[in-house]
Design a protein around this ligand. Structure first.
Ligand SMILES: [Zn+2]
Length: 663
């Protein structure tokens, strides 16, 4: 996924969110005590008992109904009983209505089974226990979802690009699959699945499975996922979707109005697949297609196998944000192929993927772009690490630390994780390290592992194989200690030197850099330019930049998420209309949260934030709505700032780059 809940520039909000969900339900057990009460649990965020029984295959037969905003039907679980004395099957659910449980009788028929649904834990949901004294080979559960299912978003036609047909999509990571299927919702269990989905004949239904680009739209669809996947990769979407090929094995699904632009932006996808295959072995999932979702998708992307789900906010016209595709594609090796066995080890998924993403970007777009992306991410890490609990800065998170798996630190799992691999690459050299990584993906293919298994493998196949290059102590510091080790390799982004000179020259002289320079800048250079501007600026300075570069009203969310807070903090109200339009158009949390956080700092801003949120809310995903509500509820606004009327006399002093921004 890119990026998770904590992939937000200002972490305080997220920690606030986490704190609040704990405070909101004082009677409910937090995850840590729950885990302590059930020490044999394999994954502290799941009620499943895979040491006793494992789901090996799932068959869904569901009606997808836009009017009631529900999925309803049956889930048939094929079971592999490990414990021949077990008498129960424990499954994860959240907000599901369970109507019936049955077991196969071994003769082609079904017999009723007793079941009970436990009380609701606010994070884990409700444990479903099915009594299986005969350890049936299959159990069939008849159920329906809630319109408020945390893993599904249902959208009215007015919230879509085409405005004609409704839209729905899922987001199962981290533990939201249980809100639309009763299952063992833990990445430690992998299974194959099939599905028959019936819906309105005019909508196309897609899943993280073998979508047929030529399938007829007839309201009756069947799917098969023949490779074993963990539950967080279960995915479904339905809407007015059309397909266009990029290459024989890759293409784009999108609403018709979006399709051409998306295909153009993602034209390099086949080249990315070939690049990744050259590094880490063949692509093992047959097709690689992408689904462009409405702007309300709360994340950047989700690596649902065979069908990556994407935000449309990366379609900016110059391919400068397609590292998101490199990221989601990289998951086809790191994550989808070799999965982390519980959220404690999420870095095995996202850290490896961020590293592989950067290697694909370097191979396709050059070292400069890869370096710039590294510098931007590591600057964000420094900011996040200055604010978060050291326990959350550890790659191999200790048991009980992560109450809600949605609240892991993105700086830790994405950036520090990737940094460790970069460190190993630098020390052992690319040739040895690439061979090691390729061997690792082959060795653990289609398995779920933890940090200890990785450490053991790395010791045997890297540290001990090439002795005296990295000590066990150095390696363990990366895995088990907070912060970034002193021996971490640093990256300089050559092209940011030009950006820094241009910024300092402008702050000193008011002379903007020549067009011939800025016309060649891509998103990363603009991001660095804005991020390094002084916190306090005059209206005149802001207006000059805005007139020259049209920052207000930009369709580039990476620029918008940095420009608008700067404008708001300095009382540049000329941007207010553009800010309101941006917040109503985009629901991707990472992009809009900094702007809401800046707005609520003043009374006038808070009023604007509330007005905009009221209008924008129907199109936001529940995850985004919750975050924005939290920001508004916690607001303690000060009187609106008095804008600086003129250039400060000591402009050079004000031009010192923000701490950590020079990378
Ligand atoms: Zn990811």
């Amino acid at each position: 996924m890119r990026a998770s809940i904590l992939a937000l520039p200002l972490l305080a909000t997220l920690m606030m969110t986490a704190c609040k969900s704990e405070q909101a339900a004082p009677a409910a057990p937090a995850a840590a005590p729950a885990a302590a009460a059930a020490p044999q649990r394999v994954d502290e965020h799941s009620y499943a008992e895979p040491q006793k029984v494992v789901v090996s295959d799932l068959a869904l037969d569901l009606d997808l109904d836009f009017d009631s905003k529900t999925l309803a039907g049956t889930a048939t679980l094929s079971l592999d009983w490990k414990d021949k004395t077990a008498t129960e099957l424990r499954l994860d659910t959240r907000d599901l209505t369970i109507e019936k449980a049955e077991g196969d009788d071994g003769k082609g028929g079904w017999v009723p089974l007793k079941f009970r649904l436990a009380g609701i834990d606010p994070i884990l949901g409700a444990k479903l226990t099915v009594e299986t004294p005969n350890r049936n080979a299959k159990v069939r559960v008849t159920y329906r979802t809630s319109p408020k299912a945390s893993g599904l978003q249902w959208m009215e036609p007015s919230m879509t690009e085409g405005k004609q047909l409704p839209f729905m999509f899922s987001q199962s990571q981290q533990i939201h699959a249980r809100s639309w299927v009763p299952l063992q919702d833990t990445p430690s269990v992998r299974y194959t699945y099939s599905a028959r989905i019936k819906s309105r004949p005019e909508v196309m239904v897609l899943m993280s499975a073998d979508n047929d680009p030529n399938a007829a739209r007839d309201g009756d669809y069947t799917f098969r996922m023949p490779q074993k996947i963990p539950s967080y990769l279960m995915a479904i979407a339905a809407g007015d979707l059309k397909f266009q090929f990029i290459s024989d094995r890759s293409g784009v699904w999108a609403e018709p109005a979006m399709l051409d632009r998306a295909v153009k932006e993602f034209a390099d996808t086949e080249k990315m697949i070939v690049t990744a295959e050259g590094l880490y072995g063949r692509y093992r999932w047959d097709r690689y297609d992408m689904l462009v979702l409405p702007p309300s998708f709360p994340y950047g992307g989700m690596e649902n196998p065979r069908l990556t789900f994407l935000t449309p906010t990366v379609i900016v016209g110059d391919k400068s944000l397609v590292s998101l595709i490199a990221h989601e594609l990289a998951h086809s090796w790191s994550g989808n192929l070799v999965t982390f066995s519980s959220a404690k080890d999420a870095w095995l998924n996202e850290g490896f993927t961020s590293y592989v993403e950067n290697r694909i970007v370097e191979a396709l777009y050059g070292r400069d772009q890869a370096d710039m992306e590294n510098v931007i991410e590591r600057n964000e890490l420094k900011k996040e690490f200055a604010e978060i609990d050291p326990k959350l800065q550890v790659l191999a998170t200790a048991p009980g630390v992560l109450a809600d798996p949605d609240n892991s630190s993105s700086a830790t799992v994405y950036t520090k994780g990737a940094w460790l691999l970069h460190f190993l690459e630098e020390r052992f050299g690319r040739e040895k390290f690439d061979a090691f990584l390729r061997g690792y993906f082959d060795h653990f293919a289609f398995q779920s592992i933890d940090s200890e298994q990785f450490a053991k493998y790395a010791k045997a196949n890297l540290l001990d194989k090439y002795p005296n290059i990295v000590s066990q102590g150095e390696f363990e510091e990366w895995l088990y200690k907070p912060g970034i080790p002193a021996n971490a390799p640093h990256v300089q982004a050559r092209r940011f030197g030009v950006v820094d000179s241009a910024r300092l020259a402008w702050l000193g002289s008011r002379q903007l850099p020549p067009r011939v320079i800025t016309d060649a800048w891509i998103s990363q250079e603009w991001v660095h330019f804005i991020e390094s501007l002084p916190d306090t600026m005059t209206l005149e300075q802001l207006a000059q930049l805005d007139a020259a570069y049209n920052f207000s009203g930009t369709l580039n969310g990476e620029i918008a998420q940095r420009w608008y807070p700067l404008a708001i903090n300095n009382g540049y109200t000329q941007a207010n209309d553009a800010i309101a339009a941006f917040l109503k158009r985009v629901g991707r949390r990472k992009l809009i949260v900094p702007t809401y956080q800046a707005l609520v700092k003043t009374e006038a801003g808070l009023t604007l934030a509330k007005q905009v949120f009221e209008e924008a809310k129907p199109a936001y995903h529940p995850i985004t709505t919750g975050t924005v509500q939290e920001i508004i509820a916690k607001a303690q606004p000060a009187p609106s700032p008095v804008a600086q009327p003129a250039m400060p006399p000591d402009a050079d002093a004000a031009a010192a780059p923000a701490a950590g921004s020079a990378g």
